[in-house]
Design a protein around this ligand. Structure first.
Ligand code: X2X
Length: 335
């Protein structure tokens, strides 16, 4: 027979267990965030900033854990979007280049010499085209939240200064992303080779490839000059915006308040990172020059020669990106 005392003990124990399990339910929830670059780079810092703001605003109830180096997709950055869509990844701060194989509209930013300065990039991301691009991401099964920036991509190589399309001819250039990059470098007479970031530095080190293209922050932090890339041409041929985004099931499982908080903090972290990336560019360029890299700036005529050499890429890719998106972008930048 259960005595009154025993009964009380059991009841107290049960109540404790219920309390404990509700405490577990209310315990911090951790979401994964995928990035390609670590927090040594502005890109990784964007994700860390997001995590910091979320931790602060949620009072520690929601935490973001950043997984850099595309480790959640074994380094294969062009699979990041699919992995987020399928739920292997909860959240990501990803590059439009890396997601363009699944979201062709994102190739807009990679159209050679289409967007020529940061004002135009901002006009597009905050404009009509930006809305269409977010819609395209959502249509492909991922919730876009905010923009960030990897930056304008510059061309480096190990053999000689590049001032004209002829100087690129015959060079093996590492590229990533959609086949658009193959087309751009083929149009310039180069031999493009698609490979992940994880494979790029080893390929530059062994001389398996002669050149690569990346923003100044990446060139600087990854010390690309130390793997023989002594020539850098500033040609601003394309910008690589970043997008903060979420898996739709994860997003749907959050309260409306948490959704709002996650979106607001993504926007804040993105704006912070975009400003930082841009502010740091000139000091990075100085540092690169000081390390002995030959930096080539193009005259207007030299620039035009590259524009003309890659016009065929526009003909080929505007229909794949979609006329409405390209037209919206033209309106956004008044072009
Ligand atoms: O792989 C690259 O070149 C990088 C790091 O810039 C991207 O992820 C697009």
């Amino acid at each position: 027979m259960t005595s009154k005392k025993q009964f009380t003990r059991i009841a107290v124990g049960l109540a404790g267990a219920v309390l404990l399990s509700s405490a577990v339910a209310a315990q911090a929830r951790e979401l994964s965030v995928s990035t390609v670059l670590s927090d040594a780079f502005p890109w990784g810092q964007a994700a860390e900033k997001w995590a910091e703001l979320v931790e602060e605003r949620s009072g520690g109830e929601l935490t973001l854990r950043v997984y850099p180096n595309a480790q959640l997709v074994s380094g294969d950055q062009t699979r990041e979007f699919s992995a987020m869509r399928s739920g292997i990844i909860d959240l990501a701060v990803g590059s439009t280049i890396n997601w363009s194989p699944q979201v062709p509209e994102l190739n807009l930013f990679s159209l050679p010499f289409f967007l020529s300065d940061v004002a135009q990039v901002d006009a597009v991301t905050s404009g009509e085209a930006g809305e269409l691009l977010f819609q395209a991401i959502e249509d492909k099964g991922v919730i876009p939240l905010a923009w960030g920036e990897n930056g304008f991509r510059q061309l480096s190589n190990s053999s000689a200064a590049i001032e004209a399309p002829d100087d690129v001819a015959g060079l093996k250039i590492r590229v990533v992303g959609s086949p658009l990059f193959q087309d751009t470098f083929t149009a310039l007479g180069a031999n493009p080779t698609q490979m992940s970031w994880a494979d790029a530095k080893p390929a530059l080190t062994t001389g398996a490839v002669d050149g690569q293209e990346n923003p100044l922050s990446v060139f600087d932090v990854a010390r690309i000059d130390q793997v023989g890339q002594e020539h850098l041409t500033l040609w601003n041929y394309m910008n690589d915006p970043l997008v903060f985004a979420a898996n739709p099931q994860v997003w749907g499982s959050l309260s409306a308040d948490d959704q709002q908080m996650l979106r607001d903090t993504a926007i804040e972290a993105g704006a912070w990172e975009i400003a930082k990336t841009r502010e740091e560019e000139s000091a990075r360029l100085d540092a690169i020059r000081e390390r002995g890299v030959t930096v080539t700036e193009l005259s207007e005529d030299q620039y035009q020669a590259f524009v003309e050499a890659t016009l065929s890429v526009h003909e080929e890719w505007v229909p794949k990106i979609g006329e409405p998106v390209v037209e919206a972008a033209r309106r956004d930048i008044g072009k």
